[in-house]
Design a protein around this ligand. Structure first.
Ligand code: HEC
Ligand code: HEC
Length: 331
């Protein structure tokens, strides 16, 4: 399995480098935002490569059982196809694994939209009981003893392998995961009229002009990155994840989750923070009812009806958001 993953990841890095070249040499303004690399973490190929190895390394978890890639699988657009992720010893987490493609564009990280940088996020799954359940001190001693890592830390960061090296390199790797060459991009931004078929083009109109899904899932990233309550539940009792509320205990945050990108949506089922919707038909049915009533539900979630043709067009449009170019060496 790992050789196959290595191949795709090679592809992803190529795609991202290709993109930055387009931007710098083309002269025309790119429709896409630029990835900001923190000043204390400039990227390099060697750093991305070290981060990639760590991302695939099961030694980051208790009992060498799982790696970051176990929950963020390249072949599923860096998700895992489980309703909620499963950590070491079969422990259930509370949430659905989000895609990490285009993670470099995230203004804040996590469903609660509360962590400012990828660097700060890395240690969360490592220490979390239901995910990798590792003690950082033990882990760093373990990784420092791996000659390959010790050497890379010296060469790239000029220091011994430590938390800085771990978090900086994994983050640099994640920022290299760019996926912006879907058929929608070819049609809409690269002006290739034949990249989408008629049904998909009509579906885009349904999505944007009829249903205003773009209010929150706006191109080019198909998200506005805001924490929003889209009406999944009418009550958030003990058994329910209250979303961003857990950060500040502000009741206006109950049921608010960061709007996810819809890029590669056909690959990332099941859907929503708790994986409670199995397919895109379920999602459309949820929105067509105007969601469930809740005081925090966003006022833009309102009921609608679609003809059978419009529904088919919308579902076809979602397919046009898939970009598997990063997997070309994988198939
Ligand atoms: C057990 C499965 C699991 C493992 C292992 C895991 N993750 Fe995750 N990851 C998740 C889940 C679930 C979430 C959503 C958590 C939340 O938002 O509260 C998540 C969220 C993220 C996010 C935020 C994405 C966003 O859209 O905001 C990043 C980045 C991330 N993980 C990177 C990593 C890295 C790096 C590792 C390894 C160090 C890792 N994950 C290991 C399941 C996992
Ligand atoms: C007011 C903002 C808003 C509008 C408008 C909106 N959404 Fe969403 N959407 C969200 C939020 C927030 C989530 C994540 C909720 C969660 O995880 O619990 C979401 C999640 C989704 C998901 C699941 C993504 C995933 O990876 O799990 C799909 C698919 C989706 N929306 C499609 C649509 C469609 C189609 C429309 C138009 C009918 C639409 N959305 C309109 C806010 C919005």
């Amino acid at each position: 399995m790992s050789t196959r993953f290595l191949l795709i990841l090679g592809g992803i890095v190529t795609v991202s480098l290709f993109f930055s070249e387009c931007k710098s040499s083309g002269g025309s303004v790119s429709p896409y935002p630029t990835i900001e690399h923190p000043t204390d973490n400039p990227t390099s190929e060697a750093k991305i490569e070290l981060g990639r190895k760590l991302f695939f390394d099961t030694r980051l978890s208790k009992g060498d059982e799982i790696a970051c890639v176990s929950c963020h699988r390249p072949d599923f657009a860096f998700t895992d196809r489980l309703p909620v992720a499963q950590g070491v010893e079969g422990r259930q987490t509370e949430r659905n694994s989000p895609s990490l493609l285009n993670a470099g564009y995230l203004p804040t990280v996590m469903f609660d939209a509360h962590i400012e940088t990828l660097e700060k996020q890395v240690i969360v799954p490592i220490q979390e009981h239901s995910e990798m359940d590792m003690n950082m001190k033990t882990l760093l001693a373990k990784l420092r003893a791996v000659p390959e890592y010790a050497k890379a830390a010296k060469e790239i960061f000029n220091r011994d392998f430590d938390a800085w090296v771990l978090t900086r390199s994994i983050s640099a790797f994640q920022r290299s995961l760019v996926s912006l060459d879907s058929r929608f991009d070819q049609y809409y931004y690269q002006k290739d009229k034949s990249a989408m078929n008629d049904s998909e083009k009509r579906g885009w109109k349904v999505f944007s002009d009829k249903l205003y899904c773009t209010e929150c899932h706006a191109p080019p990233m198909f998200t506005n990155y805001q924490p929003i309550n889209n009406g999944i539940y009418s009550e958030y009792g003990e058994d329910k994840d209250k979303g961003r509320f857990r950060i500040h205990h502000d009741s206006t945050d109950i049921g608010k989750f960061k709007v996810p990108s819809l890029r590669n949506i056909s690959l990332t089922y099941p859907y929503m923070h708790d994986g409670s919707m199995n397919d895109l038909e379920d999602v459309i049915s949820h929105y067509s009812k105007g969601g469930n009533p809740h005081v925090n539900k966003d006022e833009r979630i309102i009921p609608f009806t679609l003809t059978q043709e419009e529904q088919t067009d919308l579902l076809n449009f979602f397919e046009a958001l898939t970009d598997t170019s990063y997997m070309k060496d994988f198939r």
